[in-house]
Ligand binder design. Structure first.
Ligand SMILES: [Zn+2]
Length: 138
């Protein structure tokens, strides 16, 4: 999956994008018990939901960001993971079970983070209008 930095409209879903704009903020995120802590630089301008078999069950609103916008602060050993291991690692807390983020990979290298926006302090996912990703047909 291509991740690049460029200007784009908030509804342009063809690319994952990041630009240092006025809306870019640093968010602190964590699982429910606090074992997993991270920071995310994001404009939160492209919330998404996906209808693949995994996301449907997980039922989260997420945003994709380049890995340079994501920093795991705490809890590397407190998480377990699930996924293809080729293209994605879905991480969740061993203690509280919250799905916090997914690493997107390209040829084995982590290139992006897909972050559960409900884990970020100061966000209200109930008021977000996520774009639907046609994951079951990808
Ligand atoms: Zn936890």
């Amino acid at each position: 999956m291509a991740i690049e930095r460029r200007a784009a409209s908030p509804r342009d879903g063809d690319h994952i994008h990041s630009k240092m704009g006025e809306g870019m903020k640093k968010y602190h995120g964590h699982c429910h018990c606090g074992a997993v802590q991270f920071e995310l630089d994001s404009e939160l301008n492209l919330p998404m939901q996906c209808d693949c078999s995994y996301c449907t069950r997980r039922a989260t609103i997420f945003q994709m960001e380049p890995i340079t916008n994501f920093q795991l602060l705490k809890g590397r050993d407190e998480m377990t993971r699930y996924g293809s291991k080729e293209i994605s690692d879905h991480f969740f807390c061993k203690t509280c079970g919250i799905s916090t983020f997914t690493y997107l990979k390209d040829k084995g290298a982590v290139v992006g983070a897909v972050v559960n926006l409900a884990c970020l302090d100061g966000t209200d996912t109930a008021r977000m209008k996520p774009m639907m990703v046609d994951g079951k047909n990808l």
